[in-house]
Design a protein around this ligand. Structure first.
Ligand code: SF4
Ligand code: SF4
Length: 171
C-alpha cells in the first residue's frame, strides 16, 4: 500500500510565470475573478458541439497557470468561434473570450497555428478578408438585391498589420 499523501503534496502549485505572461497579453488579469459558476458554458456553441471544449475549465486552468495543458499542439482553443456569448453570460466580467483570444495569441507566438487558421491569416494578409470573395459570391448577392462587396482598403489593412509584422521580425 502506498504512503498517504502529505498536505504539502496535495497543495496546488500555481504557475505565476504563466499567469504573468498571459497578463501581458490582456488588459487586466481577468481570469482571476472567475468563481467557476459555469454560466459561460451554457450558451457556448463550441462547448455544445465539442466534448473537449469548456470555457469554465479553460478559466480554471488559467487560474492554476497550467500553461503546459493550455498551449499544446492540439489545443482546443481554436474551437472557440469568438461569438462573445460567454462574455454576455459571465457575472464576473471575466471576458472568457478575450482570455481565450490571448491564449490563441500565445499559441501563435509559439508557432502553434493549425493549417486552416494559417490559411485564414494568409488570406487576410493578401486580401483584407478572412475568406476569398469569388465572382459567384457577388452573383449571389445580386440575386438577393445586394450591392457587390466594396474593395478593401489594403493600405489601411497594412497599417493594422505592421506592428504584428515588426514584432514577428524581431523574434
Ligand atoms: S466566445 Fe468562444 S468560449 Fe465564448 S461562448 Fe463563444 S465559442 Fe464559447
Ligand atoms: S461565467 Fe465567468 S465566473 Fe462563471 S465560470 Fe465562466 S468565466 Fe468563470
Amino acid at each position: 500500500m502506498s504512503a498517504p499523501r502529505s498536505k504539502q503534496q496535495d497543495a496546488v502549485r500555481v504557475n505565476f510565470d504563466f499567469r504573468r505572461e498571459l497578463a501581458e497579453k490582456i488588459e487586466g488579469n481577468l481570469a482571476s475573478f472567475c468563481y467557476q459558476c459555469g454560466a459561460c458554458v451554457g450558451d457556448c456553441p463550441a462547448a455544445t458541439y465539442s466534448e473537449e471544449f469548456n470555457p469554465r475549465e479553460i478559466m480554471l486552468k488559467v487560474l492554476y497557470g497550467l500553461g503546459d495543458e493550455l498551449l499544446t499542439t492540439d489545443s482546443v482553443m481554436w474551437q472557440c468561434v469568438n461569438c462573445y456569448n460567454c462574455h454576455e453570460r459571465c457575472p464576473q466580467e471575466v471576458k472568457p473570450v478575450e482570455v481565450i483570444i490571448s491564449l490563441k495569441n500565445m499559441l501563435a507566438d509559439r508557432d502553434i497555428v493549425p493549417t486552416p487558421v494559417d490559411r485564414i491569416i494568409k488570406t487576410f494578409e493578401q486580401t483584407g478578408r478572412t475568406t476569398q470573395v469569388s465572382p459567384a459570391v457577388n452573383r449571389q448577392r445580386e440575386r438577393f438585391g445586394l450591392p457587390p462587396l466594396p474593395a478593401v482598403p489594403m493600405d489601411e489593412v497594412q497599417k493594422l498589420l505592421e506592428p504584428a509584422q515588426k514584432e514577428g521580425d524581431q523574434t
